[in-house]
Design a protein around this ligand. Structure first.
Ligand SMILES: NC(=O)c1ccc[n+]([C@@H]2O[C@H](COP(=O)([O-])OP(=O)(O)OC[C@H]3O[C@@H](n4cnc5c(N)ncnc54)[C@H](OP(=O)(O)O)[C@@H]3O)[C@@H](O)[C@H]2O)c1
Length: 297
């Protein structure tokens, strides 16, 4: 029987983190991060191997408390999986800076803070960050999200290069995965979307796309399988992409910036023009229907 490991997962209440928790808790002790008390029972019901712990990455005290909780329970964590995350979107011209700071707080600084605090129990361990294809930095209207993931990758790659603790640091960059992240991103960004005057067509398109992603994205198990392999591998690579869209984003990002910008600009023009046409057509149909109702009456 393989040795039972200690695995810490943040964002274990939904999407990728939850799926990882279910898989790893079969044979390991999983410390599962939640921020909503209502999820504790659900996490405990997965397996007696699951130990839920409270963590809200926006709150420094909570991050410190969570790390202490784990260090009291164990003197060694085999694998830390930083999976929690959220999306801040909008037009960079008028997105509230407070929201951009929050984006970095959750996706970047919170994970770094938590990891630093766990370092005493992370000797000879693995840290797996769920980054994103957005880390390649080529997606307008979600630039805070892209920047937060890029910053995460840069700082954790520095940890990999600098550490004396023999820690393997791995960045997993999935493309679009069908999880609740997309629906939440629409709700969380309502204010930025409503205040983005002059960008209505673009943001309508982004919202429509987010709705589709939740249904048509890759199955969450595609990411889980890659992470299972990384977890078992004594010598994993430092970065993995999941999905053709992530691979394409990686290829495009390697081109000179001006070429990248031309490709993205052209792609946006076509997409937004089509989205505007469909919207106008729908509006025309609606007003025709309304006219027909009036004549019928
Ligand atoms: N879905 C995709 O297409 C995709 C693609 C590439 C990368 N990713 C990355 O994969 C990771 C997991 O995303 P997902 O798709 O599984 O999304 P998800 O279903 O929305 O899960 C996100 C998890 O993070 C938690 N979380 C959010 N804000 C937090 C905070 N302030 N403090 C602590 N926990 C917080 C959520 O808790 P609550 O349940 O309380 O909200 C939830 O458990 C994220 O880092 C995301 O950026 C996702």
């Amino acid at each position: 029987m393989p040795e039972k490991k200690n695995i810490v997962i943040t964002g274990a209440t939904s999407g990728i983190g939850k799926a990882l928790c279910k898989v790893f808790a079969k044979d390991n002790t999983v410390f599962a991060g939640y921020r909503n008390e209502k999820m504790v029972e659900e996490l405990k019901a997965i397996s007696h191997n699951v130990i839920p712990f409270y963590i809200d990455l926006k709150l420094i005290d909570s991050v410190a408390f969570a790390a202490n909780f784990i260090k009291v329970k164990t003197d060694h964590v085999d694998t830390l999986i930083n999976a929690a995350g959220c999306v801040v979107a909008g037009a960079i011209e008028n997105i509230d800076l407070k929201r951009i700071r929050e984006q970095f707080e959750v996706n970047t600084f919170g994970h770094l803070d938590f990891t630093q605090r766990l370092l005493p129990v992370l000797e000879n361990s693995k840290i797996i960050n769920i980054s994103s294809k957005s880390s390649f930095g080529i997606f307008p209207f979600v630039s805070p999200y892209c920047a937060s993931k890029r910053a995460l990758d840069i700082m954790f790659n520095a940890l990999l290069l600098e550490t004396h603790k023999n820690i393997k640091v791995i960045s997993v960059k999935p493309g679009v995965i069908a999880t609740p992240l997309w629906g939440k991103s629409i709700d969380d960004n309502k204010d930025s979307i409503e205040s983005a005057k002059g960008f209505e067509v673009e943001l309508d398109y982004i919202i429509e796309n987010a709705r589709k992603n939740e249904t048509y994205g890759l199955d969450v198990m595609e990411v889980v399988r890659v992470i299972e392999e990384i977890e078992k591998n004594p010598n994993p690579k430092s970065t993995y992409t999941v999905g053709w869209d992530a691979k394409l984003a990686e290829c495009v990002s390697k081109l000179p910036q001006d070429w990248v910008n031309k490709i993205i600009k052209k792609g946006m023009e076509v997409r937004f023009k089509n989205a505007a046409k469909i919207k106008n057509k729908n509006l025309e149909n609606k007003s025709e229907d309304a006219d027909n109702i009036k004549t019928d009456v």
